[in-house]
Design a protein around this ligand. Structure first.
Ligand SMILES: Cc1cc2nc3c(=O)[nH]c(=O)nc-3n(C[C@H](O)[C@H](O)[C@H](O)COP(=O)(O)O)c2cc1C
Length: 205
Protein backbone atom coordinates (compact mmCIF):
# COMPACT_ATOMS: atom_id res chain seq x y z
CA UNK A 1 0.00 0.00 0.00
CA UNK A 2 1.43 3.41 -0.89
CA UNK A 3 1.68 5.85 2.01
CA UNK A 4 -1.49 7.92 2.44
CA UNK A 5 -1.29 11.61 1.58
CA UNK A 6 -3.73 14.29 2.81
CA UNK A 7 -3.96 17.36 0.59
CA UNK A 8 -5.92 20.53 1.43
CA UNK A 9 -6.76 22.75 -1.55
CA UNK A 10 -7.46 26.14 0.03
CA UNK A 11 -8.52 28.94 -2.28
CA UNK A 12 -10.23 32.26 -2.79
CA UNK A 13 -12.14 33.13 -5.95
CA UNK A 14 -14.36 36.12 -6.67
CA UNK A 15 -15.51 35.42 -10.21
CA UNK A 16 -14.92 31.70 -10.62
CA UNK A 17 -11.55 31.26 -12.31
CA UNK A 18 -9.82 29.98 -9.18
CA UNK A 19 -12.87 27.86 -8.35
CA UNK A 20 -12.46 25.96 -11.62
CA UNK A 21 -8.73 25.56 -11.00
CA UNK A 22 -9.27 24.44 -7.40
CA UNK A 23 -11.85 21.83 -8.40
CA UNK A 24 -9.43 20.51 -11.05
CA UNK A 25 -6.58 20.48 -8.52
CA UNK A 26 -8.78 18.42 -6.21
CA UNK A 27 -9.64 15.86 -8.91
CA UNK A 28 -6.04 15.56 -10.06
CA UNK A 29 -4.63 15.15 -6.54
CA UNK A 30 -7.26 12.47 -5.89
CA UNK A 31 -6.34 10.76 -9.17
CA UNK A 32 -2.72 10.81 -7.97
CA UNK A 33 -3.81 8.87 -4.86
CA UNK A 34 -4.33 11.61 -2.26
CA UNK A 35 -7.26 12.20 0.07
CA UNK A 36 -8.30 15.79 -0.60
CA UNK A 37 -10.22 18.46 1.28
CA UNK A 38 -11.34 21.27 -1.03
CA UNK A 39 -11.85 24.39 1.08
CA UNK A 40 -12.72 28.02 0.33
CA UNK A 41 -11.69 30.93 2.54
CA UNK A 42 -14.28 33.31 3.95
CA UNK A 43 -15.52 36.19 1.78
CA UNK A 44 -14.76 39.60 3.28
CA UNK A 45 -16.29 41.91 0.69
CA UNK A 46 -19.53 43.77 1.42
CA UNK A 47 -22.68 42.23 -0.07
CA UNK A 48 -23.27 45.35 -2.18
CA UNK A 49 -19.94 44.84 -3.95
CA UNK A 50 -20.75 41.19 -4.63
CA UNK A 51 -24.22 42.02 -5.91
CA UNK A 52 -22.83 44.63 -8.29
CA UNK A 53 -20.96 41.93 -10.25
CA UNK A 54 -23.08 39.05 -11.65
CA UNK A 55 -20.04 36.77 -12.02
CA UNK A 56 -19.14 37.33 -8.36
CA UNK A 57 -22.66 36.56 -7.14
CA UNK A 58 -22.79 33.49 -9.41
CA UNK A 59 -19.53 32.18 -7.96
CA UNK A 60 -20.85 32.50 -4.41
CA UNK A 61 -23.76 30.31 -5.44
CA UNK A 62 -21.55 27.89 -7.37
CA UNK A 63 -19.31 27.34 -4.35
CA UNK A 64 -22.10 26.85 -1.80
CA UNK A 65 -21.20 23.14 -1.65
CA UNK A 66 -17.59 23.86 -0.64
CA UNK A 67 -16.89 24.11 3.10
CA UNK A 68 -15.04 27.07 4.55
CA UNK A 69 -11.50 26.29 5.63
CA UNK A 70 -10.68 25.97 9.32
CA UNK A 71 -7.31 25.73 11.07
CA UNK A 72 -8.04 22.03 11.60
CA UNK A 73 -7.78 21.51 7.83
CA UNK A 74 -4.22 22.83 8.04
CA UNK A 75 -3.42 20.48 10.92
CA UNK A 76 -4.90 17.53 8.99
CA UNK A 77 -3.04 18.21 5.75
CA UNK A 78 0.31 16.76 4.74
CA UNK A 79 0.28 19.21 1.83
CA UNK A 80 -1.58 22.47 1.27
CA UNK A 81 -2.12 23.94 -2.18
CA UNK A 82 -3.23 27.56 -1.92
CA UNK A 83 -5.04 29.39 -4.71
CA UNK A 84 -5.56 33.15 -4.98
CA UNK A 85 -6.29 35.50 -7.85
CA UNK A 86 -3.78 38.32 -8.13
CA UNK A 87 -4.69 41.55 -6.41
CA UNK A 88 -2.29 44.20 -7.68
CA UNK A 89 0.42 41.54 -7.88
CA UNK A 90 -0.33 40.26 -4.40
CA UNK A 91 -2.33 37.61 -2.55
CA UNK A 92 -6.03 38.43 -2.11
CA UNK A 93 -7.04 39.90 1.26
CA UNK A 94 -9.43 37.00 1.77
CA UNK A 95 -6.69 34.35 1.60
CA UNK A 96 -4.28 36.55 3.53
CA UNK A 97 -6.86 36.98 6.29
CA UNK A 98 -7.05 33.21 6.66
CA UNK A 99 -3.24 32.97 6.79
CA UNK A 100 -3.29 35.63 9.50
CA UNK A 101 -5.58 33.51 11.68
CA UNK A 102 -2.94 30.77 11.82
CA UNK A 103 -0.60 32.42 14.32
CA UNK A 104 -1.42 29.87 17.03
CA UNK A 105 -0.66 26.87 14.84
CA UNK A 106 2.45 28.58 13.50
CA UNK A 107 3.80 29.27 16.99
CA UNK A 108 3.10 25.67 17.99
CA UNK A 109 5.15 24.49 14.99
CA UNK A 110 2.14 22.76 13.47
CA UNK A 111 2.51 24.35 10.05
CA UNK A 112 6.12 23.25 9.59
CA UNK A 113 7.39 20.20 7.68
CA UNK A 114 4.40 20.13 5.34
CA UNK A 115 4.49 20.53 1.58
CA UNK A 116 3.04 23.74 0.12
CA UNK A 117 2.36 24.98 -3.39
CA UNK A 118 0.29 27.71 -5.03
CA UNK A 119 -1.78 28.66 -8.08
CA UNK A 120 -3.15 31.95 -9.32
CA UNK A 121 -4.85 33.89 -12.11
CA UNK A 122 -4.69 37.42 -13.43
CA UNK A 123 -6.52 39.45 -16.04
CA UNK A 124 -3.40 40.16 -18.10
CA UNK A 125 -0.26 38.15 -18.99
CA UNK A 126 2.08 40.42 -17.06
CA UNK A 127 -0.44 41.32 -14.38
CA UNK A 128 1.41 39.84 -11.43
CA UNK A 129 1.15 36.04 -11.48
CA UNK A 130 4.74 35.41 -10.43
CA UNK A 131 4.72 38.16 -7.81
CA UNK A 132 1.50 36.80 -6.33
CA UNK A 133 2.96 33.30 -6.00
CA UNK A 134 6.22 34.59 -4.57
CA UNK A 135 4.31 36.77 -2.10
CA UNK A 136 2.38 33.67 -1.04
CA UNK A 137 5.60 31.70 -0.75
CA UNK A 138 7.11 34.27 1.64
CA UNK A 139 4.61 33.02 4.20
CA UNK A 140 5.54 29.39 3.56
CA UNK A 141 9.15 30.09 4.52
CA UNK A 142 7.91 31.49 7.82
CA UNK A 143 5.82 28.36 8.36
CA UNK A 144 8.91 26.18 7.89
CA UNK A 145 7.08 24.60 4.97
CA UNK A 146 8.59 22.74 2.05
CA UNK A 147 7.76 24.34 -1.28
CA UNK A 148 7.05 21.98 -4.15
CA UNK A 149 6.69 24.04 -7.29
CA UNK A 150 6.41 22.70 -10.84
CA UNK A 151 9.60 24.25 -12.18
CA UNK A 152 10.29 23.22 -15.76
CA UNK A 153 10.04 19.55 -14.87
CA UNK A 154 7.56 18.59 -17.60
CA UNK A 155 7.47 19.41 -21.31
CA UNK A 156 4.18 21.31 -20.80
CA UNK A 157 5.94 23.80 -18.51
CA UNK A 158 7.85 25.14 -21.52
CA UNK A 159 4.44 25.88 -23.06
CA UNK A 160 2.60 27.49 -20.11
CA UNK A 161 5.85 29.06 -18.99
CA UNK A 162 5.28 29.47 -15.26
CA UNK A 163 7.65 27.43 -13.04
CA UNK A 164 6.31 29.02 -9.82
CA UNK A 165 2.88 27.41 -9.98
CA UNK A 166 -0.14 27.08 -12.21
CA UNK A 167 -1.44 30.40 -13.48
CA UNK A 168 -4.20 31.41 -15.83
CA UNK A 169 -4.82 34.61 -17.77
CA UNK A 170 -8.56 35.25 -17.52
CA UNK A 171 -8.87 38.53 -19.47
CA UNK A 172 -12.01 40.40 -18.56
CA UNK A 173 -13.64 37.11 -17.61
CA UNK A 174 -13.78 36.14 -21.29
CA UNK A 175 -10.89 33.65 -21.20
CA UNK A 176 -12.10 30.59 -19.31
CA UNK A 177 -9.73 28.00 -17.87
CA UNK A 178 -8.39 26.05 -20.85
CA UNK A 179 -6.50 22.83 -21.62
CA UNK A 180 -3.11 24.49 -21.11
CA UNK A 181 -4.05 25.59 -17.60
CA UNK A 182 -5.68 22.25 -16.77
CA UNK A 183 -2.48 20.47 -17.85
CA UNK A 184 -0.47 22.74 -15.57
CA UNK A 185 -2.85 21.94 -12.70
CA UNK A 186 -2.41 18.21 -13.28
CA UNK A 187 1.39 18.42 -13.45
CA UNK A 188 1.44 20.45 -10.21
CA UNK A 189 -1.01 18.15 -8.39
CA UNK A 190 0.94 15.03 -9.34
CA UNK A 191 4.21 16.59 -8.25
CA UNK A 192 2.79 17.73 -4.90
CA UNK A 193 1.39 14.28 -4.14
CA UNK A 194 4.56 12.51 -5.28
CA UNK A 195 6.90 14.57 -3.13
CA UNK A 196 4.58 14.67 -0.13
CA UNK A 197 4.50 10.88 -0.17
CA UNK A 198 8.30 10.73 -0.59
CA UNK A 199 8.74 13.11 2.35
CA UNK A 200 6.44 11.07 4.59
CA UNK A 201 8.16 7.85 3.54
CA UNK A 202 11.57 9.37 4.17
CA UNK A 203 10.67 10.79 7.59
CA UNK A 204 9.05 7.51 8.58
CA UNK A 205 12.06 5.39 7.55
C1 LIG B 1 -9.03 44.54 -6.80
C2 LIG B 1 -8.52 43.74 -7.96
C3 LIG B 1 -7.20 43.87 -8.33
C4 LIG B 1 -6.71 43.17 -9.43
N1 LIG B 1 -5.41 43.36 -9.80
C5 LIG B 1 -4.98 42.80 -10.95
C6 LIG B 1 -3.70 43.12 -11.45
O1 LIG B 1 -2.93 43.88 -10.85
N2 LIG B 1 -3.31 42.53 -12.62
C7 LIG B 1 -4.12 41.69 -13.32
O2 LIG B 1 -3.74 41.19 -14.38
N3 LIG B 1 -5.35 41.36 -12.86
C8 LIG B 1 -5.78 41.91 -11.69
N4 LIG B 1 -7.05 41.62 -11.24
C9 LIG B 1 -7.84 40.63 -11.97
C10 LIG B 1 -7.97 39.26 -11.29
O3 LIG B 1 -6.80 38.84 -10.67
C11 LIG B 1 -8.37 38.24 -12.34
O4 LIG B 1 -9.57 38.63 -12.93
C12 LIG B 1 -8.51 36.82 -11.77
O5 LIG B 1 -8.50 35.90 -12.83
C13 LIG B 1 -9.82 36.65 -11.02
O6 LIG B 1 -9.91 35.33 -10.50
P1 LIG B 1 -11.34 34.82 -9.99
O7 LIG B 1 -12.22 34.73 -11.21
O8 LIG B 1 -11.08 33.46 -9.41
O9 LIG B 1 -11.84 35.77 -9.00
C14 LIG B 1 -7.55 42.30 -10.14
C15 LIG B 1 -8.88 42.15 -9.75
C16 LIG B 1 -9.37 42.86 -8.67
C17 LIG B 1 -10.81 42.72 -8.29
Amino acid sequence: MPTSVNVAVVFYSATGTLTTMARAMTEDAEAAGATVRLRKVAELAPQAAIDSNPAWAANIEATADIAEVTPDDMRWADAVVFGSPTRYGNVSAQLKQFLDTLGGLWQAGELADKVYSGFTASATPHGGQETTLIALYNTIHHFGGILVTPGYTHASKFVDGNPYGTSHVSGQGDLPVNEQTLTAVRVQAERVVKFTRALKDGLGA
